[in-house]
Write a protein that binds this ligand. Structure first.
Ligand code: GTP
Ligand code: MG
Length: 194
């Protein structure tokens, strides 16, 4: 199971710029600053394929990355950060929802949540929206390196309860410590294969 090739493909600012539905796609969604871009870099083992930042709201466009020349990783702009201006938040919804809805090549959305806190109302709302549109959801609790080992399972159970997803379907992850990388990659790649 190897990522042999990863390259930036395209940034999309409006729905008419979306690439053709040609290859399987895995999208990465979550609140601003939760670690979406870092998680993609960790999966592909490239420090700077995707731009990351400690300033929330960094990713403004939908960014496509071509992986192994056979599928796309799609980095979505984050939601739910109060300091991001209203006009940007107002653009998020139609762009991201417009992309996710009726996308024939979309195989799953990796829903990334900060493991230090319970899923927020916006996380739960997105999960419900994805479920309503019958989009595969892979829930991931990231930054798990920041949670004491003895607390990790409890945080996982709490997330399971609030999201209504079985506890063993929730991935624990750390981009900095590479925790959970192989397991998540295996799940993702299997969804791009058939
Ligand atoms: P936006 O594009 O602004 O929505 O942010 P993002 O979700 O893409 O987050 P990004 O990957 O840019 O990371 C945000 C901050 O969290 C950066 O300072 C990262 O270094 C840090 N970070 C990301 N993942 C982890 C992790 O697993 N552990 C720790 N300790 N820090 C992390
Ligand atoms: Mg980002």
């Amino acid at each position: 199971l190897k990522i042999t090739h990863a390259e930036f493909y395209k940034s999309v600012y409006s729905l008419d710029q979306l690439p053709e539905e040609k290859l399987p796609e895995i999208a990465f969604a979550g609140r601003s600053n939760v670690g979406k871009s870092s998680l993609i870099n960790c999966l592909v083992q490239r420090k700077k394929l995707v731009h990351t930042s400690s300033t929330p709201g960094k990713t403004r466009s939908i960014n496509f990355y071509l992986i192994n020349r056979s599928f796309y990783f799609v980095d979505l702009p984050g939601y739910g950060y109060a300091k991001v201006s209203k006009s940007i938040q107002a653009r998020w919804r139609p762009l991201v929802e417009g992309y996710l809805k009726d996308r024939a090549t979309l195989r799953a959305v990796v829903l990334i949540i900060d493991s230090r806190h319970p899923p927020t109302a916006s996380d739960i709302q997105l999960k419900d929206w994805l479920q309503f549109h019958r989009i595969n959801t892979i829930p991931v609790l990231t930054k798990i390196d920041k949670v004491r080992k003895s607390d990790r399972q409890r945080h996982r159970e709490e997330a399971s309860r609030l999201l209504g997803i079985p506890v063993d379907e929730i991935f624990l992850f750390s981009s900095t410590e590479k925790i959970g990388r192989e397991e998540l990659l295996k799940q993702i790649v299997s969804l791009t294969e058939h």
